[in-house]
Design a protein around this ligand. Structure first.
Ligand code: PBG
Length: 334
């Protein structure tokens, strides 16, 4: 769409429409509401447990019962979806990430408990091995190599296990090739024809994931980096190819990740495909804002809402954000 040519000043004074609150509201182009938010939660073993995550001030790891209470809050606040991420200690990890397939792992337990208590909320689960592997990678390894096709087979099994537990949206976050097609085929074959796939379609090898790796217990485990599967931050055209493939393979929704450093990619993806498109305001983005807010350097309420609105303006239909409950309260004035 081309902008209409405007007559010269003073026929055009763009400040006219900004002169009062009512007028600014009238010409406002984008809106943000609780319906746009997905709230990621971190899980730990135990009961009645909440554990602070030092690199994410204000975010806690929750035992399953506490996660159910968080889900209740999400329902009250009108947040449509929660996303579940497990913390796994080193002694429970192995090179194959075996715990990923255990129908009694934390994600499965929390999914069952949340869907039993609040069937009206959407539950999103990652398909990825990294919370469970002793080397912290998203794939099986042969020496230094990350094995693609062998990993994909496990991702299908992990997805089916999570769906059996009640998961509504499978979100493959591993960046293996061909995993969306394989997961979709597995879901169709097993009769789970309504399970949505939100693909982490353009996911970059980013330094902004640091606090997340603390949160799930991967920081000490991870050897090397993820650059043979996650994307080079220098590449935009390649992101479009990644997204095109995931759509062709059966994704219902696509995601760009991280968020604010990749708004250009988000806009291109939305304009190119017109798919339901999501941004992940990742842990490092949260940490930057939360740290500055804690120090009094940024205005909490305004900077949270401005950061989230930037995703809507760039073309996102929704945002995964650790600020979700805070933002929803601000948007509802409670
Ligand atoms: C793992 C996964 C990561 C995130 C979501 N799923 C980290 C990674 O790829 O190392 C990052 C989320 C965040 O930083 O908030 N597959």
């Amino acid at each position: 769409m081309k902008t209409n040519p405007s007559p010269m000043f003073p026929a055009t004074r763009l400040r006219r429409n900004r002169k009062a609150d009512w007028s600014r509201r009238l010409v406002c182009e984008n809106t943000l509401s609780a319906n746009d938010l997905i709230w990621p939660l971190f899980l730990i073993q135990g009961k009645g447990k909440r554990e602070a995550i030092p690199s994410m001030p204000g975010v806690e790891r929750l035992s399953v019962d506490e996660a159910v209470r968080a889900a209740e809050q999400a329902v009250e606040l009108g947040i449509p979806v929660i996303a579940l991420f497990p913390h796994t200690s080193l002694d429970k990890r192995d090179p194959k990430g075996s715990l990923a397939l255990d129908p009694n792992n934390l994600v499965a337990q929390a999914t069952r408990a949340i869907k039993a208590a609040f069937p009206q909320i959407g539950v999103l689960c990652d398909a990825a091995l990294d919370p469970y592997t002793s080397h912290g990678h998203d794939g099986l390894m042969d020496g230094d190599r990350i094995l693609n096709d062998e990993t994909v087979e496990l991702l299908v099994q992990q997805s089916l296990m999570q769906v059996e537990a009640g998961c509504d949206i499978i979100a493959p976050s591993d960046m293996m090739d061909g995993r969306v097609a394989a997961i979709r085929a597995g879901l169709e074959k097993s009769g789970h024809t309504d399970t949505q796939i939100m693909s982490y379609a353009a996911k970059f090898a980013s330094a902004f994931y640091g606090p997340f790796r603390d949160a799930i217990g991967s920081t000490g485990a991870l050897k090397g980096d993820k650059r043979t599967y996650q994307m080079d931050p220098a590449n935009g055209d390649e992101a479009i190819r990644e997204v095109a493939l995931d759509i062709a393979e059966g994704a219902d929704m696509v995601m760009v990740k991280p968020g604010m450093p990749y708004l250009d990619v988000l806009t291109r993806v939305k304009q190119e495909f017109g798919m339901p498109t999501f941004a992940y305001q990742v842990s490092g983005e949260y940490a930057m804002l939360a740290g500055a807010i804690e120090n009094g350097w940024l205005d909490r309420d305004r900077v949270i809402l401005e950061s989230l609105m930037s995703f809507k303006r760039a073309g996102a239909d929704g945002v995964l954000t650790y600020f979700a409950p805070v933002a929803a309260r601000l948007l509802k004035n409670i």
